[in-house]
Design a protein around this ligand. Sequence first.
Ligand SMILES: [Zn+2]
Length: 361
Amino acid sequence: MSTLKPGVVWGEDYQTLLKACKEGQYALPAVNITGTNTINAVLEAAAKNNSDVIVQLSNGGAQFYAGKGMEDSFQAKVLGAVSAAQHVHLLAEHYGVCVILHTDHANKALLPWIDALLDHGEDFFKKNGKPLYSSHMIDLSEEPIEENLAESAARLKRMVPLGMSVEIELGITGGEEDGVGSDDIDSDKLYTEPEDCLRAYEVLSPIGHCSIAASFGNVHGVYKPGNVELRPSILKASQDLVAQTHGLDANPLDLVFHGGSGSEKAKIDESLGYGVFKMNIDTDTQYAFAESVGAYVEANAKAFKHQIDPESGTPYKKQYDPRVWLRAGEQGVMDRLDEAFKDLRSAGKSLADNSQKAKAA
Ligand SMILES: [Zn+2]
């Protein structure tokens, strides 16, 4: 088995990691983060599970990272994404796992965000010899397919010299995430046509590496079950069509599972056999953070109302210190990720080579 240097991976190392996932029929969770608390929780959980992992930012997450108070919200989305990536570049290698850095959905209105991140990315590459992000996602699934592919191709051409990949979306993921997507769409669009995957493969793979978020009934967020049905067989049909048309081995496409939160475990498991290497998770880790903080606040209610107990005079400094209750939130995220690493079968499979670190210790 090949090993990789711990830290952010891109280019050839990204391909090595992706191949290991597909050959081993496991996937990495792509966890949407909002600040250093959630980034560190993801890195710590990955290290604890000896799994590689994907740290992902939505445009809203990036804006929050820079600060909701920043007057220019577009600039906040750009600078927040740059700042978060720098945090991960600096710290990831010290957690001893491989980390893919990714941005989440960018629809047509958000293409200027991607273009600005590529400006920063080219600058970063000149200074550091590596890309700022391993991969960006461009989601033009609401546009006609030829426009989707042409716009994605144009960005991929800029990304290739930086050693970057692109993720595109074909068919529509239901639900809404950070202002991208919609609740009222034609349910046929929730299922990608295998012919569209073939077309994407033919347009994009000659330019560079692309992964595909193919819809098979996925929905962002967690809703009452029953409205849509996950059909992983659509992924298999897409893989088979591309493999047969181009005489390739099984599962030639690198597929992404969006809306992993709240999905049936058996459907997650089935999709791992069809070339899925990345599963996005956001809603479930958001809830895990909130649930843990909520439990802490409930158990220490007085410390959130009084600096000193009005009757006994006990100081509550140790209870309201943000490091304590934010840590409870981090712990909640880590517990939920223990489950994700297990569901995706990535636990214990990190490719990171920590022999240098072991020698130093
Ligand atoms: Zn998504």
